[in-house]
Ligand binder design. Structure first.
Ligand SMILES: NC(=O)c1ccc[n+]([C@@H]2O[C@H](COP(=O)([O-])OP(=O)(O)OC[C@H]3O[C@@H](n4cnc5c(N)ncnc54)[C@H](OP(=O)(O)O)[C@@H]3O)[C@@H](O)[C@H]2O)c1
Length: 282
C-alpha cells in the first residue's frame, strides 16, 4: 500500500480516517495550540487528536477555523478526535461533557469520540452514552482508548456498536502484537499514542542505525513503522520544525527486514499512567 499524508483507512462504520495525524497532549490552550494547529494543517496534516482533559479543545477549534478560512479547506476534509474523561462516565454527565467538548471546539460534530480510559465502575454505561451520541449523528465514529482484550471482551458483550478505534500506547518498544491481532479480528482500528516514546528512545543506537541507513530521523522511522503496520499514528509536537519533520515520511519505505528488526525492539516499555500488563493505573 503506497502511503501519503492523507492516506485514509476505512473504519468499521465506513468512515474514512487519515492514518497520520497530530497529537496535542500538553500543548497549552491559547495562541500556542492555535499556532500548532495552523502549522500542522498548512503542512498537510488532516487529522488532529485532542481530549477534554488536555484543556486545549478551544484552541484546537480556533486553529481549525482559522486554517479552514486561510487555506480554503472544508471542515469535512479534517478529521477531529476528542475524548470523554473518566469524571463524566455516568450517562447524563457523558452527554453533557460531549456537548461541552463540541462547544469548546466550535463544531457541530466530531469525527471520532473516544472513552479515554476503561474506568471500572461506569465504563459500560459510558459506552451506551457514546452509542446514543453516535446514533444522533454528533460523532461520526466512536471508540475507546487504553482498552485491552479483557475490556474489549466486556464491552462487546453488551454493545450495540463495535468501537471503530482503540487508541493505546504503542511503539516498537511496546509492540502489542496480540492486541493488534485481537483488534484486527474484531474490525477495530488500532491507533498508537506516544508513538515517539515521548522522545525517550530517539537516541537509541539501534534505532539511529536504521534511521541513518534511510537518511531519516529516529522520529520519522518510528512513525513510518506504525503506518506500515496499518496503525494510526499521532505524533505530538509543538515545534514547527518537528511538525514538518514528522510529516516527511512518505518518500521512503522501510524494508521488510528492517520492519522485522524493529518489531524485535519490543521491551514492554510503557510510559503512560496506564499499566497494560497489570491492566490498572500505575
Ligand atoms: N489516549 C491516551 O490516553 C493518550 C495518552 C497519551 C497521549 N495521547 C495522544 O497521543 C499523542 C502523542 O503522544 P505523546 O504526546 O505522549 O508523545 P509522542 O508523540 O510520543 O512524543 C512527543 C514528544 O516528542 C517530541 N518530538 C516530537 N517530534 C519530534 C522530533 N521530530 N524530534 C524530536 N523530538 C520530537 C515532542 O517535543 P516538541 O513538542 O518539542 O516537538 C514531545 O516532547 C498525544 O499528544 C495525545 O494526542 C493519548
Amino acid at each position: 500500500m503506497s502511503l501519503n499524508i492523507n492516506t485514509k483507512i476505512k473504519l468499521n462504520n465506513g468512515v474514512e480516517m487519515p492514518l497520520f495525524g497530530l497529537g496535542t497532549w500538553e500543548i497549552s490552550e491559547g495562541d500556542t495550540i492555535i499556532n500548532v494547529v495552523r502549522w500542522a494543517i498548512s503542512n498537510g496534516y488532516r487529522h488532529i487528536d485532542t481530549a477534554r482533559i488536555y484543556g486545549n479543545e478551544n484552541g484546537v477549534g480556533k486553529g481549525l477555523k482559522i486554517s479552514l478560512e486561510e487555506q480554503g479547506i472544508n471542515r469535512e476534509d479534517i478529521f477531529i478526535t476528542t475524548k470523554l474523561w473518566i469524571d463524566s462516565f455516568k450517562h447524563e454527565k457523558a452527554l453533557k461533557a460531549f456537548d461541552r467538548s463540541l462547544n469548546n471546539l466550535g463544531l457541530d460534530y466530531v469525527d471520532l469520540y473516544l472513552l479515554h480510559w476503561p474506568e471500572p465502575t461506569y465504563r459500560q454505561e459510558a459506552w451506551k452514552a457514546l452509542e446514543s451520541i453516535f446514533k444522533e449523528g454528533k460523532a461520526r465514529s466512536i471508540g475507546v482508548s487504553n482498552y485491552y482484550e479483557n475490556h474489549l471482551d466486556e464491552l462487546l458483550n453488551g454493545a450495540d456498536i463495535i468501537p471503530a478505534v482503540n487508541q493505546v500506547e504503542l511503539t516498537p518498544y511496546l509492540y502489542l502484537k496480540e492486541l493488534k491481532e485481537y483488534c484486527d479480528n474484531k474490525g477495530i482500528m488500532l491507533e498508537a499514542y506516544s508513538p515517539l516514546t515521548r522522545g525517550k528512545k530517539l537516541k537509541d543506537p539501534k534505532l539511529m542505525d536504521i534511521a541513518n541507513k534511510y537518511g531519516k530521523s529516529s522520529a520519522q522511522i518510528l512513525i513510518r513503522w506504525g503506518l506500515q503496520h496499518k496503525i494510526i499514528e499521532i505524533p505530538k509536537s509543538s515545534n514547527e520544525n518537528h511538525i514538518i519533520e514528522n510529516s516527511k515520511i512518505f518518500d521512503f519505505t522501510i524494508s521488510e527486514d528492517d520492519m522485522a528488526n524493529l518489531d524485535k525492539f519490543d521491551e514492554g516499555l510503557y510510559l503512560g499512567m496506564w499499566n497494560p500488563t497489570l491492566s490498572r493505573w500505575k
